[in-house]
Design a protein around this ligand. Structure first.
Ligand SMILES: *Cc1c(COP(=O)(O)O)cnc(C)c1O
Length: 370
């Protein structure tokens, strides 16, 4: 069935990244088959979350795992777990609006567009440090009796002057405050699935299911200490409590379990080689256009070790180029973070689309007389 055609929805070539706005990632045939299979029977959702969580915990070398409806929901759920420790009367107090104050500490350089999810858990955000730097004494002095947790965002793309995770964990432990790491887009390498918890000592770590893991877009993972995973469970669906609003279905659970299994067993070297080959080809294809500067970078926009190609213009015309790309058929999606640059990467491509990316970009540049 040509579903998108039936609605008149345009298909796009994704040379940008695994963005929710573009539908997340594309699932493998095995993931779809598992979802299809799961759709055919009734089960107990309590039992499925427990057993699927145990399997993901084993695959990711963590004590426990919980499947959420995305990384943003995972932020809210992890904080609900820290606030309530899974105690039902405490959960009820948040529902009633009678729970005590709760503060989540974030370094200024870690403010991200997804941190409003902290407010969904009823907590307030306390920012320490500034955009240039954070000192240990700033973090330590922000901790008080209302502190619920420290929210740490992982990624080489973020401000380097923030305190490293090891330092944050050391200070947090001294004050008996838990640490949750948002590593939503920090794959590859697959070892990051256990690095932040096992190597760095964070209590919990969060990943998106619909990015590099190539699970269903409305899935996410919380991995880490069992006591917190159990506390998350007490807040989550199918219970009719706070996080019922974040439910995942049996099909999504089947999909993400299968996707994680495939991801940890993937030939990561071969995948990297494909990205290298494709981005090198793009550099060559674009190198003879005089008015642009083409640069290859080793890290993508989320700081992941995924190569990408930057196309720099001599003036602030990136938005115009993107507007023309949106008028062409097929549409090629690119990343745009600076006024005079667009970025293209190969990780969201389907085989056979490689040459179309530069072909459409060249068409757009020609239309703009570049
Ligand atoms: C993508 C992302 C999120 C949100 O992930 P969803 O799974 O779409 O909810 C949260 N935090 C960071 C750092 C992200 O990159």
């Amino acid at each position: 069935m040509a579903f998108y055609e039936s609605l008149g929805v345009a298909k796009r070539i994704n040379a940008a990244a695994y963005y929710t706005a573009l539908g997340g990632s594309l699932m493998s045939a095995e993931v779809i088959a598992a979802m299809n299979d799961a759709s055919k029977s009734f089960i107990s959702m309590h039992e499925l979350q427990l057993k699927a969580g145990a399997k993901i915990a084993k695959l990711t070398k963590n004590e426990g795992a919980y499947i959420t409806s995305g990384a943003a929901a995972a932020i809210a759920l992890s904080i609900l777990a820290f606030r309530t420790k899974g105690d039902i009367p405490e959960i009820q107090k948040i529902i009633n609006g009678t729970a005590g104050p709760s503060e989540i500490i974030i370094q200024c350089g870690h403010r991200i567009p997804y941190d409003p999810a902290i407010r969904l858990a009823g907590s307030t955000i306390v920012v320490v440090g500034n955009a240039i730097q954070t000192f240990e004494y700033e973090l330590e002095s922000a901790i008080n009796s209302n502190t619920t947790a420290i929210f740490f965002v992982a990624g080489a793309h973020l401000a380097t002057p923030t305190l490293p995770l090891e330092t944050v964990v050391r200070i947090a432990r001294k004050h008996k405050v838990p640490v949750v790491v948002d590593a939503a887009a920090q794959l590859p390498p697959p070892s990051n699935l256990w690095h932040f918890t096992k190597d760095c000592g964070a209590d919990l770590v969060i990943f998106s299911g619909g990015k590099t893991l190539k699970g269903p877009a409305p899935t996410g993972l919380i991995l880490g200490k069992s006591i917190w995973i159990d506390a998350i469970r007490a807040n989550g669906s199918p219970f009719q409590r706070l996080a019922r609003a974040f439910k995942v279905g049996k099909e999504e659970i089947a999909g993400i379990v299968t996707a994680v299994e495939q991801y940890v067993n993937l030939d990561h070297a071969a995948e990297f080689e494909y990205w290298e080959r494709t981005t090198n080809m793009w550099v060559e294809e674009l190198s003879n256009i005089p008015k642009i500067k083409v640069i290859k970078e080793d890290l993508n926009e989320a700081g992941q070790p995924i190569p990408r190609v930057g196309i720099h213009f001599s003036s602030d015309i990136a938005l115009e180029v993107i507007a023309v790309l949106q008028e062409l058929d097929p549409i090629v999606e690119v990343v745009h973070n600076y006024r005079n640059t667009i970025w293209i990467g190969a990780d969201g491509l389907q085989k056979g689309e490689e040459k179309l990316v530069t072909q459409q970009i060249k068409k757009a540049l020609a239309k703009l007389n570049l």
